[in-house]
Design a protein around this ligand. Structure first.
Ligand SMILES: [Fe+2]
Ligand SMILES: [Fe+2]
Length: 319
């Protein structure tokens, strides 16, 4: 390596550091450290996969939603998640990975996505619990990402977050309606909250002392708050809402600790989290199988689009 190249790289590194320091944004054409690029590709593509796989547990209920209104709302919500996946795949593409590569990683089971989507949705109340708890946790995680140092990611998150707050309210409203219904409906709502509560707390990732990459992500201003801080913030949001709903959060230890100024909770079952993440959750195999089948079924659409583009190009050249 020549001295000139070394000086250039040092200058680039300094310029990058200054942008981060100033809370400004890194854009696709800017120089960035290879590790920053790699971290973003991993995080944004995992996020995109989560949105796409996340369509399945709710898609399961579109044909069985209890009224036309509920069906229209649920369809719009699931469609929003597809849109979130697409903004995020586009943001990841600006870092130099192709959509095809990301799709391949997902359907071959090499990519990760949020472990929450590997749980089943046996009842209608699950649609309420997912909106309230899963989209609620997503909001807590994603609002700070609107200020992520990488421009395309932060900007995509702004729109995503607006839609997530609609998702959360629709889930809350489903649960509220059930809680005002018959004893069987109330029981169904409580049962769904019991099943989704702990997995939703796991959505913030492992505890801070077991989250080795967090410090670097925070230094790069991709991540703004630690996993445990976000989890605390989420619990603080849930407690008053649970009271309005009349549901019980399934943790007998849950209480505000005035001295520590934080929520005291029971121990989270991290073994379950790691099992599901490793592909051994109740629905992992089915989720990937469905995604692979959908990809195969869509081959003709991709071929037709490519052929159309080729013909248009031919015409343009001829003209
Ligand atoms: Fe989403
Ligand atoms: Fe959502």
């Amino acid at each position: 390596m020549t001295t000139e190249v070394l000086i250039d790289e040092a200058a680039e590194q300094a310029a990058f550091g200054a942008i981060i320091e100033a809370d400004s944004r890194i854009e696709p054409r800017d120089w960035m450290p290879a590790a920053y690029r790699k971290t973003l590709i991993r995080q944004i593509s995992q996020h995109a996969h989560s949105e796409i796989i996340g369509m399945q547990p709710e898609g399961n209920w579109i044909s069985r939603a209890p009224s036309l209104k509920r069906k229209a709302i649920l369809m719009a919500k699931v469609q929003d998640e597809a849109g979130h996946g697409l903004y995020l795949y586009s943001a990841a593409q600006t870092l130099g990975i192709t959509r095809d590569e990301m799709t391949e990683q997902l359907i071959e089971g090499r990519a990760r996505y949020s472990s929450i989507f590997n749980y089943p949705t046996p009842t209608w109340a699950d649609m309420g619990a997912i909106g309230w708890l899963v989209d609620g946790a997503a909001i807590c995680n994603q609002v700070p990402l609107c200020r992520a140092s990488y421009g395309p990611y932060g900007r995509a998150m702004v729109r995503v977050c607006k839609e997530e707050s609609f998702h959360q309210r629709q889930g809350f409203e489903i649960l509220l309606t059930l809680m005002q219904g018959s004893p069987a409906q109330r029981e169904m709502a409580q049962d769904a909250v019991n099943r989704w509560y702990w997995p939703s707390l796991m959505m913030f990732g492992p505890p801070d002392d077991e989250s080795p990459n967090s410090a670097q992500s925070m230094a790069w201003k991709i991540k703004r708050f630690s996993n445990d801080d976000l989890r605390q913030r989420f619990i603080g949001m849930l407690v008053p809402q649970a009271e309005v709903l009349g549901v019980t959060l399934p943790d007998p230890e849950l209480r505000w600790d005035d001295e520590a100024q934080r929520w005291h909770t029971s121990e989270i079952d991290w073994t379950e989290f790691h099992e599901v993440l490793a592909g051994r959750g109740p629905m992992n195999v089915e989720r990937i199988r469905n995604r692979r089948n959908a990809h195969d079924d869509g081959a003709w659409v991709r071929e037709a689009a490519a052929e159309y583009a080729r013909k248009q190009n031919e015409k343009a050249v001829a003209a």
